[in-house]
Ligand binder design. Sequence first.
Ligand code: SAH
Length: 471
Amino acid sequence: MPAKPLDLAKARVLISNDDGVHAPGLKLLERVMRPIAREVWVVVPETEQSAASHSLTLRQPLRVRRVSRRRYAVDGTPTDCVLLAVNHVMKDCPPDIILSGINRGGNIGEDVTYSGTVAAAMEATLLGFPAIALSLMTEDRHAPRWKTAERWTADVVGRLAAATWPTNVMINVNFPDVEARAVTGVEITRQGRRKIGGALVQGTDPRGEPYFWIGSQRVEPGLPAGHGPRRGETGRRLGHAPVARPHPRAVSQAAEGGFPVNPDSRKIRLVLQLRRGGVTDTRVLAAMERVPREIFVPEPFRDRAYDNLALPIGHHQTVSQPIVVAQMTQALEVGERMKVLEIGTGSGYQAAILSKLCRRLYSIERHRPLLAEAEKRFARLKLTNITTRVGDGTLGWPEQVPFERIVVTAAAVDVPPVLVGQLTVGGVMVVPVGDDDDQRLVRVLRTEYGIETEDLNPVRFVPLVPGVASD
Ligand code: SAH
C-alpha cells in the first residue's frame, strides 16, 4: 500500500502521535491537513508517550474519550491508538492514509526502535494502511522550528500521496532543524544506524535522593546537525523504513563552505573530520579553522599539525587531538560574554580556541617554560583576552571567582570539588576523569543543589598533578 496514488482531496486522513493530545506538533499537522484533505480524524494518547516504542497495553483497560468532533484521546500508547482508531472509532469509515506526528525531535537511525511516533505508523502499516511518520529534528529542544515543518508538511505529504511505495513499507519523514527557507528539497534515504551516546545524567533531587535521567540522544558524536541517518553503515538493516527528509541547504553549506574557506586542504579535511566526529557547533568549527595549530606544535611535527593527532610539546606533555579539543569546547557551550577558566595551558592551543569564543579566558599551567612559550604564541596571534599564570590549577583561581565555564585539560581522579566551588550556579565544567587506563570526559553542571554530571566520550589525557613543577 498504496498500490495507486492517493487523491488527498478525496482522502480520509487519520492522525496519531506519541506526544499526546495537547502537543503543538499535533495541532500543526491538523492545521496543515484540514484544508487539503476531505476529512481529518485524530486519535492520540491522552499523555506524552515518547519512547513508548511499539508497545501495546494488555494488562489494563483502555478508555477512548471523545474530545470533539472526529478528535479522540486514548489513555494508552500510540499503538493502542491506531488499533482502536481502525477497529473501533473509524470502523465504519476507515482511513485512506495514517499520519503520525509531528514529533518534537527527530526519529532517525536507532530512534525508530524507541519512537512512539514511528510505532504508530508501523502499526498502521501492519494493519494494511499507507502510513507516514513525521518528526522535526531539534538541536535545541526549547525552540523547535515548527515553522519549517509547517511550511514543508503539505509538500512532502502531497508528494508521497502522489507516489506509490511497496507494500508493507512505511515512510519516515524528518524535517531538518533549519529555517524553512534554508530547505532545498526532499531526499529519500535508507534507514541508517547510529550509536546511542552514554548520556546518562546523574543528579540529586531536592530531597537529597540520587536519581538517573536518560539523557538526550541528540548530543552524541557522529551525527552532524540536521543530517539524516548515515548511509551505508547497515543499509536496510531494519528493512521497513525508507526515510524521506527535506534536504537542508544549511548543512551542505556548512560542509562545503558555510564558514570561511581556507585554501589549506588539510585544514578543510580536518574540519570535515571534526564534523563527522559530531562537532556541529559552527562557532566551534570556525574557531578551529581560524586558529593555526602549526604554531602550537614543535617544529618537527608542524606538517602533522592538521592530522587528528595528539602531539608532544615537551616536559612529557601533549597538545590534545583536535577532535578532543573541539568536543570539549562544544560540550562547554561557551557564550561570548563568559568568563572562562582553563586548567593546563600546555601549548596554549585550547586556550586560543576558547579565547575566540568567550569574553575573557584565565589559564593556569604548572610548567613555567611551557607557559612562557604559550604566552609568546598568544602575543603573536594578538589574543589579548587571555590572562595566564604559573600555578597549581587544582586550587583554581580564587581571586577571579566565579567562572561561568571551567575546562580542565589534564585527567583528574574525580570531579575536583574546589573547582566546582569556583563555578557560578548554572555554570559548566568539562573535565577528563579517571586513571591512566580508563578516562572519560565528564560534563558537570553546577546547580543550586549540587552538581549534575554527564559522561561523554572516553579520552586519554596526561594526569592533573598537584603543585607547581620545579622547572
Ligand atoms: N590545553 C593544553 C593541553 C595540555 S596537556 C593544550 O591545548 O596544549 C595538560 C597540561 O596540564 C600540561 O601542560 C600539564 O603540565 C598541565 N597540568 C597538569 N596538572 C596541572 C595542575 N595541577 N595545574 C596546572 N596545570 C597542570
